[in-house]
Design a protein around this ligand. Structure first.
Ligand code: NOJ
Length: 561
């Protein structure tokens, strides 16, 4: 290996031919958390016009599409994951005309648009839930949700012992139309998010209409929230271990999750999407947020007639350790790629502590170990076979904001548990675009402009996009170069990987025809596992050496690759 700099080395690059119809199989999608991306109106909250203004930036980065976090009318108890109307845009974010303009603008530059659909629960302000409250026990309107009588002589105990994911019991009691204390309804997240009852055919039909509404407006697919959760055990029995169900935010109550009937919904949605594909040959993507215990169960969701993809969170959950990474990558390749789908890799999203911080950096400067590891992890992810999702700010190497004061926190987890440990505000702070002080170009400078909805720390200045673009050693350039190589090198994207021999603490694999990716998880430099011509590295590498906390890609003609 020669001197590998973080910059890309020339390697006969011509765009590779790809199957446009199956564009999603190795797509790189950028997750836009709309309220924190770019604010075009000066109200301190990002919006759809802001996303449209940011499209050239995303095109330059080289992503294939965007996933927009929920922008539907919502009381925002869980930042839009409490949907009051699935067929409109919340005025905070714009309107349908703005949505259409955004979609058209994205398509003009070849960027796909994915919506976030929330089928497990809605907002307690959704008209169907309001109708259910008014209609009373036993009504067809109540059957769209999980209403049940309480236990105990006066029904004052919840119908079962389930916990909500965000703290507290999973049931709340309602006041009946006649003013008496009445039934209970199920909510696996917060009381403001009642769970739909997918055993009611009206719910199935309703969501068919929702999908068609947006597909008719030209969207390229959907990210599906809580995709393993739609069906609950039909008897709603007590959980044998409710404490275990409540222990972590992502833990799974097996009675409320991963029920076999959920697969029928995904078959139905796949068929519906394929109707649209039959018209124009363009596949509409269904990518599920599927949190299930094993890669094998995960694989069931991406069978050929179900979801196209499901986020594989085990990579995100793995500690910075070569063996841990190798185990989750091998399992995914074996269990998921075997379905005919591709693995959907993800390192960051709007619910998780950002990699720079997670991999070892509580300090805000962003120049130490966590940054080095996050850069290496990025190159690793982009070299893996399949699709990848990048969460906004990841391409800037943004650390988590860990010291937001209590009085600005908005995550319902904080309100419902009092715990700061699991809160998600720190990865949702509005992006820095330019300048030396907040709002760092996030908010348009109109008269009377409000502050960003979460305070941006002063140190955000060093991560602003304009600086990142101007500095060829930045995180942004690493992602951009990696994406360019993915778009051009036939070895990257879909396909297989083969593990290569490497010293302890180092992972090395080939991606066919001489392309090698190696990651040194340890602190000390090691000899490069095979010689070759460097393509891209997460730090400058001396000849033949892979420094600690570094990843590199290179081309080799070594006979063992
Ligand atoms: C998963 C989403 O990513 C998260 O932000 C949300 O709070 C829950 N689902 C509930 O909708």
């Amino acid at each position: 290996m020669h001197n590998a700099t973080p910059h890309r080395q020339a390697y006969g690059v011509t765009p590779k031919s790809s199957d446009a119809r199956r564009w999603w199989r190795d797509a790189v999608i950028y997750q836009v958390y709309v309220r924190s991306f770019l604010d075009s109106t000066g109200d301190g909250v990002g919006d759809l016009a802001g996303v449209r203004a940011g499209l050239p930036y995303l095109k330059k980065l080289g992503v294939d599409g965007v996933w927009l976090s929920p922008f539907y009318p919502s009381p925002q108890h869980d930042h839009g994951y409490d949907v009051a109307d699935y067929l409109d845009v919340d005025p905070v974010f714009g309107d349908l005309a703005e949505f259409d303009q955004l979609t058209a603008a994205a398509h003009r530059i070849g960027v796909k648009v994915l919506l976030d659909i929330v089928p497990n629960h809605c907002s307690s302000e959704h008209p169907y839930f309001q109708e259910a409250l008014a209609a009373g026990p036993g009504s067809p309107a109540r059957s769209r949700f999980h209403f049940a009588d309480g236990r105990g002589p006066d029904g004052s105990e919840p119908p079962n012992n389930w916990h909500a994911m965000f703290g507290g019991p999973a049931w709340s009691r309602v006041t009946e139309p006649d003013g008496s204390l009445g039934q209970w309804y199920l909510h696996m997240f917060t009381p403001e998010q009642p769970d739909w009852n997918w055993r009611d055919a009206g719910v199935t039909d309703y969501f068919d209409r929702v999908l068609r509404f947006w597909l008719d407006r030209g969207v390229d697919g959907f990210r599906i929230d809580v995709a393993a959760g739609l069906f609950k055990h039909p008897e709603l029995p007590d959980s044998p271990d409710p404490q275990a169900d409540a222990r972590t935010r992502d833990s799974v109550n097996p009675l409320a999750w991963n029920q076999p009937e959920v697969h029928d919904v995904w078959r139905r949605w796949r068929t519906l999407c394929e109707e649209y594909t039959a018209r124009d040959g363009r596949e509409r993507l269904l990518v599920g947020e599927v949190s299930v215990p094993t890669a094998r169960e995960h694989a069931l969701y991406v069978r050929p007639d179900e979801l196209h993809q499901a986020f594989f969170f085990d990579l995100l959950g793995a500690p910075w350790d070569a063996d841990a990474f190798r185990k989750v990558i091998s399992e995914a390749m074996q269990d998921i790629a075997g379905t005919g789908s591709t693995v959907t890799w993800v390192l960051n999203n709007h619910d998780q502590v950002r990699t720079v911080t997670r991999y070892g950096e509580p300090a805000p400067e962003g120049s130490g170990l966590g940054t080095a590891r996050a850069r290496a992890a990025a190159l690793l992810m982009l070299a893996l076979p399949g699709a990848a999702y990048i969460y906004q700010g990841e391409e800037l190497g943004l650390p988590e904001v860990v010291d937001l004061p209590d009085d600005v926190l908005t995550d319902p987890i904080f309100r419902r548990t009092g715990s700061r440990a699991r809160i998600r505000d720190g990865c949702r702070v509005p992006l820095p675009w330019s300048g030396q002080a907040s709002p760092f170009g996030f908010t348009s400078e109109v008269e009377g402009a409000k502050l960003p909805w979460l305070p941006q720390p002063e140190w955000f200045a060093q991560y602003a996009t304009d600086r990142a673009l101007a500095d060829t050693s930045s995180f942004w350039h690493l992602y951009r170069d990696g994406l360019q190589l993915r778009a051009t090198l036939p070895q990257l994207g879909e396909g297989t990987l083969r593990w290569l021999e490497a010293p302890p603490g180092v992972l090395a694999f080939s991606r066919g025809d001489g392309l090698v990716c190696a990651v040194n998880f340890g602190p000390a430099p090691v000899a490069a596992p095979v010689p070759g011509t460097p393509l891209l590295a997460s730090v400058t590498c001396p000849p033949g050496v892979l420094p600690g906390s570094t990843a590199a890609w290179w081309i080799t003609d070594h006979p063992h690759v």
